[in-house]
Design a binder for this molecule. Structure first.
Ligand SMILES: *Cc1c(COP(=O)(O)O)cnc(C)c1O
Length: 379
C-alpha cells in the first residue's frame, strides 16, 4: 500500500545512482565486488571500534549471531518482548525457546531488573539462558550499562538488536557496540537502506571471521567446493552495498532530519492534554527513527486507533507500536517475565510519519488533524 504521507520513506539524495551504475559496469552484482568491502570499512569507521560483516538482512544477522554463540535445540534465549518478531524468530529457527522480558518506562526497552529475575528463575530451573537479545526500539538506546553488568555477572553474552538504532548513542558510545555482537538492518523502511540488508558487528575478530565464512555457504578455501559445516546464503550483494555506501555517507544528515521531525512534533503537539513523548534521558542520543507518542484516553478523550483512522482517511500512514511478542499467538506458550508495561505501550501508543523528507506543511497537516480530533472530543 502506498500513502500520500507514509510512515517512513527512503530518500536517495547522494551517490546512490553513481555507485550502483559503477556496480553494474563492474559486472559484479552478487557477493563479489568492491562495494561490499568498502561498505564494511565505512561502517566500521562510522562505529569507531567494531568491524562489520555485511549481510542480506537484519534477520539473517540475528540468526548468525545466535549460531556464533552456539545456540541450538533445547536452549533458551532471553529476548525483549516489546519488539518486532524478527528479534525472536531466529531463536525458533534454531530449535531454541525464547524467554520474553518486559520493558521499563524510561526507554521502553528491556527492564534490567526483570532481566535479572528471568535469569535467576531459569538458572533455578536448571536452564541457564544461552544469550540475551536486547533491542533499541525506535532508535532509543536500552539501559546497556545495567544490562551488560548483569550479562557479566551471570556470564551470558548479549546480542544487541540495533536494527532501528544505527547512530544512536549512550554516553557517547554507539548502539550495537556494547554487547558481544551487534546487528543492524538496512531494510527499506529503516533510517538508511540497502533495499534489503543487514550487518553483524563485533570487536571479536574470530567471531567476525566465522560470521563471514558461515554467511557465504561455509565454503573452504580450496579450488573445489568443500564443506565442513552447514552454512548460509546470507552475504550482502554488491548492488546493495553500493547503495548502502551512499546511504551511509548521508546517515548523519538523516539522523539530524529525523531528530528535527521529532522536535517539530513536540513543538506542534506539545501542550495537548494526554499526549506524551518518550524523552531522551541523561547521556542518551536517539536517532529518532520513528517519532512515537502515547495517548492517555482519559486526558485526551481519544485513542491511538481513532487517531490512526482519522489520519488514514487523509492518506496519512501511522501505526501502532510493536505488539509485544509474549502476546503474539505464535509465541503464546513461551515464558514471560514482567507485567503490563509493553502491553500498555502497545494499547496506547502510535508511530507518526517520520520520513527524512517530511515537510513542515505535511507535519502541520498531521498535527492539525490530530488537534481537531482532540478538541472535538473534549467539548
Ligand atoms: C527491522 C528489524 C529487524 C529485522 O531486520 P530485517 O532487515 O527486516 O530482516 C530486526 N529487529 C528489529 C527490532 C527490526 O526493527
Amino acid at each position: 500500500m502506498t500513502f500520500k504521507t507514509p510512515l517512513s520513506f527512503p530518500v536517495f539524495e547522494g551517490n546512490e545512482q553513481r555507485y550502483s551504475s559503477k556496480a553494474i559496469q563492474s559486472g559484479h552484482l552478487a557477493t563479489h565486488g568492491e562495494f561490499i568491502g568498502m561498505f564494511e570499512s565505512a561502517l566500521s569507521r562510522r562505529l569507531g571500534t567494531h568491524e562489520a560483516v555485511a549481510l542480506n538482512s537484519g534477520t539473517s544477522a540475528l540468526h548468525l549471531a545466535l549460531v556464533l554463540l552456539g545456540v541450538g535445540p533445547g536452549d533458551e534465549v532471553i529476548c525483549q518482548s516489546f519488539t518486532f518478531c524478527a528479534s525472536a524468530n531466529p531463536i525458533v529457527y534454531l530449535g531454541a525457546t525464547p524467554v520474553f522480558v518486559d520493558s521499563e518506562r524510561d526507554t521502553w526497552n528491556m527492564s534490567p531488573e526483570l532481566l535479572e529475575d528471568a535469569i535467576l528463575d531459569r538458572i533455578n530451573e536448571g536452564k541457564k539462558p544461552k544469550a540475551i537479545i536486547a533491542v533499541h526500539l525506535f532508535g532509543m538506546p536500552a539501559k546497556m550499562n545495567q544490562i551488560m553488568e548483569i550479562s557479566q555477572r551471570y556470564d551470558i553474552p548479549v546480542i544487541e538488536d540495533a536494527a532501528e538504532a544505527i547512530g544512536s548513542t549512550l554516553d557517547g558510545k554507539q548502539c550495537g557496540t556494547f554487547g558481544t555482537i551487534g546487528i543492524f538492518s538496512f531494510n527499506g523502511n529503516k533510517i538508511m537502506t540497502t533495499g534489503g540488508g543487514g550487518a553483524l558487528i563485533s570487536s571479536d575478530t574470530r567471531l567476525l571471521q566465522k560470521a563471514r565464512y558461515l554467511s557465504a555457504q561455509a565454503r573452504e578455501d580450496l579450488p573445489y567446493y568443500q564443506h565442513l559445516e552447514i552454512g548460509y546464503n546470507y552475504r550482502m550483494n554488491n548492488m546493495a552495498a553500493a547503495i548502502g555506501l551512499a546511504q551511509l555517507e548521508l546517515l548523519d544528515q538523516f539522523i539530524e532530519r529525523r531528530r528535527d521531525v521529532n522536535k517539530r512534533y513536540r513543538e506542534l503537539l506539545g501542550n495537548m492534554p494526554g499526549i506524551f513523548f518518550l524523552d531522551e534521558k541523561d547521556g542518551v542520543f536517539s536517532n529518532h527513527w520513528l517519532t512515537t507518542i502515547t495517548i492517555d484516553p482519559d486526558l485526551s478523550h481519544t485513542n491511538n486507533d481513532k487517531l490512526r483512522i482519522l489520519l488514514l482517511k487523509k492518506d496519512i500512514e501511522s501505526r501502532f507500536l510493536w505488539k509485544p511478542l509474549h502476546l503474539q499467538p505464535v509465541f503464546r506458550n513461551m515464558p514471560f517475565f514482567g507485567g503490563d508495561v509493553a502491553q500498555s505501550l502497545f494499547q496506547t501508543g502510535l508511530c507518526l510519519p517520520s520520513s527524512v523528507n517530511l515537510s513542515l506543511d505535511n507535519q502541520r497537516e498531521i498535527v492539525g488533524l490530530m488537534k481537531v480530533n482532540l478538541s472535538n472530543t473534549i467539548s
